[in-house]
Design a protein around this ligand. Structure first.
Ligand SMILES: N[C@@H](CCC(=O)N[C@@H](CS)C(=O)NCC(=O)O)C(=O)O
Length: 256
């Protein structure tokens, strides 16, 4: 029995879902209570982050570690290319999408949906995010070069890592153009990607209500590493201070 703890809008969970679909693995989906009090989830995922995978009694958290597990456990079809340099290349693409691009989209949601900033500051931060996203898309387009897929001839690890962030960037108003745009259109036709992105689009309207949970302090959003860095780097330091004061942000959990 294989269970994936996820949220449809989590780009990290989307990476893992696409991988499982590509491998043809049968799995159940579970949406944990991210507000807290879900002891079973806290046991599986000590930082209370999605995704986390439970497979035959093994529990694995962190999307990169889960992807590695999936590749080891279900090797066919391979999602990593065979050559060492190409494997390193797609892993570097994943790293940049996870730790740079994702923070830009996350910050955009913090402002647009959770209203962490309003007026002039919101406009400035959103403009900064958009400028950074265009830079990230340009970087990705250079990595793609004239390959059909980030992996090379076949769709794989590099592609499933880039799809969630590029698609989310497009959804908030920065659709990629040129070769990256053509790649996103091609990737979005794959059943693994389409199912995953459709599930995200389906929950998007209900995400607005999460805004009220955040402002009431019931849902403390996690501000961790590259996301926290985004706020400090891009002019959102006051957002962090306000969130700490209001008690509606959290850092990663302390282990006991
Ligand atoms: N490095 C982790 C990051 C996972 C992560 O940050 N997940 C977010 C959702 S996109 C989360 O669960 N945050 C919990 C919260 O905000 O309370 C991974 O790759 O899985």
């Amino acid at each position: 029995m294989t269970t994936l703890y996820e949220h449809p809008l989590s780009p990290y969970a989307q990476k893992v879902k696409i991988a499982l679909f590509e491998k043809g693995v049968k799995f159940d989906l579970q949406m944990p209570n991210l507000l807290g009090g879900d002891d079973e989830f806290a046991r599986v995922s000590p930082r209370r982050e999605v995704p986390a995978l439970v497979d035959d009694g093994s529990t694995i958290f962190d999307s990169t570690i889960i992807l590695e597990y999936i590749e080891d456990r279900w090797p066919t079809p391979p999602l990593l290319p065979p050559e060492p340099a190409a494997r390193a290349r797609v892993r570097m693409i994943e790293e940049m999408c996870d730790t740079y691009y994702e923070a830009i989209n996350w910050a955009t949601f913090e402002i647009q949906i959770f209203k962490r900033a309003t007026g002039g500051l919101a406009q400035e931060l959103l403009a900064r995010a958009s400028q950074q996203r265009k830079g990230a898309n340009a970087w990705l387009e250079r990595q793609l070069g004239d390959r059909p897929w980030f992996n090379g001839a076949q769709f794989g690890w590099g592609d499933l890592s880039a799809v969630p962030v590029v698609a989310a960037g497009a959804a908030v108003g920065d659709p990629p153009s040129g070769r990256l745009g053509a790649w996103l259109a091609r990737a979005s036709e794959r059943p693994s990607v389409k199912t995953t992105l459709d599930a995200a689009a389906a929950v998007m309207p209900s995400f607005d209500q999460v805004g009220q949970l955040v402002s009431s302090g019931m849902f403390k959003r996690e501000y961790r590493d590259h996301r926290l860095e985004w706020m400090l780097r891009s002019g959102g330091t006051q957002i962090v201070l306000d969130g700490v004061k209001a008690g509606n942000i959290r850092f990663s959990t302390e282990l006991e």
